[in-house]
Write a protein that binds this ligand. Sequence first.
Ligand SMILES: *Cc1c(COP(=O)(O)O)cnc(C)c1O
Length: 406
Amino acid sequence: MAMDNKVERELFNEVMVPCYNPMEMIPVRGEGSRVWDQDNNEYIDFAGGIAVSCLGHCHPAMVNALNEQGNKIWHLSNVMTNEPALRLAKKLTEVSFGEKVFFANSGAEANEAALKLARRWAADVHGPEKSEIIAFKQGFHGRTFFTVTVGGQAAYSDGFGPKPGDVTHLPYNDIEALKAHISDRTCAIMMEPLQGEGGIVSPTDEFAQTVRELCDKHNALLIFDEVQTGNGRTGDFYAYQGLGVTPDILSTAKSLGGGFPIGAILTTTELAQHLKVGTHGSTYGGNPLACAVAEAVIDVVSSQETLEGVKHRETLFRQALTKLNDKYQIFSEIRGKGLLLGAALNDEWQGRARDVLVAAGEQGLMILVAGASVVRFTPSLVITEEEIEQGFARLDKALEGLVSKD
Ligand SMILES: *Cc1c(COP(=O)(O)O)cnc(C)c1O
């Protein structure tokens, strides 16, 4: 019976909108940082579902939370509040600068809420002239029309008709360009405190400080998109804590649910009051199942042991990558922070990140790319040393094959 019902990759082309081009294999089961496909082939997971599966697959804390809540109540809507949402919001305020929380279901929705809050605050407090959103080239903020327009790659927002207006894109890490452009008309600056999709690019300390200072000078809000950097990914609970620059609004998603869809914004009480009853909302936002899982995730991730473990694992990844590079000479730089790492390909290997990904997949290793020339690693924050070792042994084989083909 099960055999007769086997669904295959071909069915994707038949019944799915073709906005993705998924790999051939179909994973069916995961445990820790290992995944098995339909034919029971094993993969080591250095991708973590794009910085989502922060506790690996089927971590007991998440499975228990989901089962327990699944037998209590699944959904209420925001006509009522619920216990998991309240407990999760309280915990988020304890691990961050945030005093108030709004729940959404994804990173894009969290950013949409952040941008709408900033615009509403500016309209309420300063008037309609103060509407400019400054964001950065190569930045990524999601795929709703407002967030994709704020994102710094026009290719993603072109072709859908008129865009939301008054959005300016400046080069990341360019203090002079920002100084020259920002004005009292600027409503908010939105940035990732480490660009993920854009190629794993860290801000300089000076840039991060200057952004905050210029926002203060011009009465603009600073929005940190921590959808990818948040929830322990960089070794601090949120990346802003490691930068020493506190935003006014922070968006979080991806690792927040560890694989269950949830997003949120954190902000101050003063700003939160501008989203009064009826100004914004979401049917699923604050859903009890999602919040129960996220609460379990936060409990594990916010522990000193997990956060210090991220720094230790970063060292292991950097050492292993450096060793591979000594052998094959394909990277120009290993960059990023914590377990959000990028290996930038050198001149000879430009544009071939996808080849590395495919070769790794053939050896039983799941990795990611960030643009055409950066290989990206966003594994579970609790990946074991054994899984790391085996994963790099497979990457070694993959690179050996690629280099010998050349
Ligand atoms: C992934 C990502 C988003 C979008 O999140 P979705 O859950 O896919 O909507 C937004 N911002 C950043 C920085 C991201 O990495």
